[in-house]
Design a protein around this ligand. Structure first.
Ligand code: CO
Length: 134
């Protein structure tokens, strides 16, 4: 069911500082900040040879990463994202095994314009896990 690692998402308190560290100190290919108001985050993509890192900063009042940063004020790993060929089949397999899907359980269009779902971290051994149909 799982294919490639699509990205690792890191919540950061200062997106500009984080982007500079990846670009200037680490010499990575770092994109421009993209505000995604419907997701409550501003995101910067760090392009690596085999995957991506997404730097996430809260955007707006009800950002889904605000509580995470309140608990982890220096930032930290927020979620991992794996690619799947059929997101509805993947969801049904997880639900059939007792795992919980966040929200209403229906795929939403994610930051890359493709359908995504999040699996409850309590059912993934403590790690929030995103699935993206590719
Ligand atoms: Co993600």
């Amino acid at each position: 069911m799982l294919d490639r690692l699509n990205h690792v998402a890191l919540a950061v308190p200062d997106l500009d500082a984080a982007a500079r560290r990846y670009r200037e100190t680490l010499g990575a290919k770092v994109g421009a900040p993209q505000p995604l108001p419907e997701h409550g985050v501003t995101v910067v993509f760090v392009e690596l040879g085999n995957t991506k890192v997404e730097l996430l900063e809260p955007l707006g009042e009800n950002s889904p990463i605000a509580a995470f940063l309140a608990k982890n004020p220096k930032g930290g790993m927020h979620h991992v994202c794996y690619e799947v060929a059929d997101i509805v089949a993947a969801r049904d397999q997880l639900l059939g095994q007792g795992a919980r899907i966040l929200g209403d359980g229906e795929p939403k269009i994610g930051a890359h314009g493709r359908p995504v779902l999040f699996v409850h971290p309590g059912d993934m051994f403590g790690t929030l896990t995103e699935l993206e149909e590719v």
